[in-house]
Design a protein around this ligand. Structure first.
Ligand SMILES: [Zn+2]
Length: 282
């Protein structure tokens, strides 16, 4: 009975979409998901709606998963983007609204130095949401084939349905043009327990929530002649429909960062939802 009710409920939610005929997997469409209605600040609304197992403290200033281990969200404070790169409280992760879509205006925001929405990460929150050890992350991994686009497979976590979200991206691009398929042909990889190049901070790849498409086509600021904080234009060859498909299913694109990482897509649905909530408030 429970399963029947669940099936009926899912059928009534058009923003939950079957990502693959082969796998019983219902992905969340974050572009269509109804926005939360609450009095909490937009950052908190976005976190609670995208990670429903998070509990908010009575005073609204901390989150927990078990009701015992509480993580302060941080305070309203003036912090520069440069500081936030190394010292982000959970709320600081939302310092800059990630620009949704592929209009010229949303692609142009990265021209501002240190406009890097998504590069601000609080390690404790990531531990709470994802993993605190490599072994824990490894135990959750699955391969997701780029069926219909290329013969390649990338490894991501199955925690919180990230694999299902990625399958939905792939399913949404079926029948796409040759230049779309090309960026999936030689992916740079998915899971990789490692530090971000040039820093001591864990990369999002460590949690199995990020994938790199073709490094040749993506581009990465550290591999160019760019100087940190003064990165100019770059030759993006990731087609807009790829960016849109990823954003729909909760992945942000590193090609929108001043310090661009054009091959990089990262599962950060809280940033997608936060942008939608912020747009509603304007
Ligand atoms: Zn990457």
């Amino acid at each position: 009975m429970y399963h029947l009710l669940l099936a009926l409920w899912i059928a009534g939610c058009s923003w939950l979409v079957a990502a693959s005929a082969a796998a019983a997997c219902a992905a969340v469409d974050f572009a269509a998901m109804p926005l939360p209605q609450s009095d909490h600040r937009p950052e908190v609304q976005a976190l609670l709606a995208t990670y429903p197992d998070l509990i908010l403290s009575q005073d609204g200033n901390a989150v927990s998963r078990d009701g015992k281990d509480w993580l302060p969200l941080g305070e309203d404070r003036e912090i520069t983007a440069k500081q936030a790169l190394v010292d982000a409280a959970p709320l600081d992760q939302f310092l800059q609204a990630y620009p949704l879509g592929t209009s010229p205006a949303s692609l142009a925001e990265r021209r501002t130095p240190y406009f890097d929405p998504g590069r601000f990460r609080n390690a404790k929150l990531f531990e709470m949401l994802w993993f605190s050890s490599e072994a824990e992350a490894r135990a959750s991994l699955v391969g997701v084939p780029f069926t219909g686009l290329s013969g390649a497979t990338v490894t991501v976590t199955s925690h919180r349905g990230v694999d299902c979200q990625l399958r939905a991206v792939i399913a949404g691009l079926q029948g796409a043009s040759e230049n779309v398929r090309a960026v999936f042909s030689a992916p740079g990889g998915g899971f990789n327990w490692r530090r971000i190049s040039g820093t001591d901070r864990l990369s999002a790849h460590s949690y199995g929530i990020a994938i790199d498409l073709d490094p040749e086509l993506g581009g990465y600021w550290r591999w160019s002649w760019a100087v940190e904080g003064r990165v100019g234009d770059y030759d993006n060859r990731i087609p807009p429909e790829v960016i849109d498909a990823f954003e729909t299913y909760g992945f942000i694109w590193g090609g929108k960062w001043h310090h661009f990482d054009g091959m990089h897509f990262e599962y950060r649905p809280e940033l997608i939802l936060h942008s939608r909530i912020s747009a509603r408030m304007r």
